[in-house]
Design a protein around this ligand. Structure first.
Ligand code: FMN
Length: 186
C-alpha cells in the first residue's frame, strides 16, 4: 500500500474482536515508529503496554475511578458503569504514550508535536498489519489517580492512550475538507 493509501484508509477503531495482539508486534511497530522527527533528538517519549489480564482489569478500574467525579459519569446507573468497565477490559491491548514535561514552553510544544508524530507513525504502521486503534485523550489521562496507578512520574504527562485490537467491521470514513479551501498563498 502506498503511504497516501494508508493515510487515507486508516480509521479510528473502537470495536475489537477477540484476537490477541502480540507483544512482539507492538515492539516491532514501536521500533519503526520511533523514527519520528524530534527536535534535538530528545526522543521525549516512553511507553507502557497494558496487555496482561490482571493489569487490564486494574487499568479499566483506574480509568472509571479517575472519571467518577465527573457529572456525566456520576449520573450513570451502576449497571452502565459496570458495562463500560467490562468493555474496556475486553480491549485486547492498551498502549500509554508518555512524554517528558519540559519547563521551557518552546521545547514542550516541540516535544508534544514529536510524540504526536510518533503516535501517527504507530497508527499507520499498525493499520498496514490490519491492527486498529483509538487514540484516547479522555480526561483520565490527566488524573493524578490514573498517573499514580500506572506509574507516571511528576515530570511526565500522558499524550494518549491507544486502545487497540483487530476488528471485523470497518467504520465509514468522515470526509475531509480539501486543503485548497484552507489554503492561503502569499
Ligand atoms: C489527539 C487526538 C485525540 C483523540 N481523542 C479521542 C478520544 O478521546 N475519544 C475518541 O473517541 N476519539 C478520539 N480521537 C479520534 C478522533 O475522534 C478521530 O480521529 C476522528 O473522529 C476522525 O476519524 P478517523 O480517525 O477514523 O479518520 C482523537 C484523535 C486525536 C488526533
Amino acid at each position: 500500500m502506498s503511504i497516501a493509501n494508508t493515510i487515507r484508509s486508516r480509521r479510528s477503531i473502537r470495536q475489537f474482536n477477540d484476537r490477541a495482539v502480540s507483544m512482539e508486534l507492538i515492539i516491532q511497530l514501536l521500533n519503526d515508529a520511533v523514527w519520528a522527527p524530534n527536535h534535538g533528538m530528545r526522543e521525549p517519549w516512553r511507553f507502557i503496554v497494558v496487555e496482561r489480564e490482571g493489569a487490564k482489569e486494574k487499568v479499566s478500574r483506574l480509568i472509571l475511578d479517575s472519571m467518577s467525579h465527573m457529572k456525566r459519569i456520576k449520573l450513570l446507573p451502576e449497571k452502565v458503569k459496570q458495562l463500560m468497565r467490562t468493555r474496556l477490559n475486553q480491549v485486547p491491548a492498551h498502549l500509554i504514550v508518555v512524554m517528558k514535561v519540559d519547563k521551557d514552553r518552546h521545547k514542550q510544544e516541540e516535544d508534544y508535536a514529536a510524540v504526536s508524530c510518533l503516535i501517527q507513525n504507530f497508527q499507520l504502521l499498525a493499520w498496514e498489519k490490519e491492527l486498529g486503534m483509538i487514540w484516547s485523550t479522555m480526561e483520565f489521562i490527566r488524573s493524578p489517580l490514573f498517573h499514580e496507578g500506572v506509574g507516571i512520574q511528576p515530570n511526565e504527562q500522558v499524550v494518549g492512550m491507544l486502545h487497540m485490537g483487530y476488528f471485523d467491521k470497518m467504520p465509514k470514513g468522515k470526509p475531509r475538507t480539501p486543503a485548497e479551501k484552507k489554503l492561503t498563498v502569499l
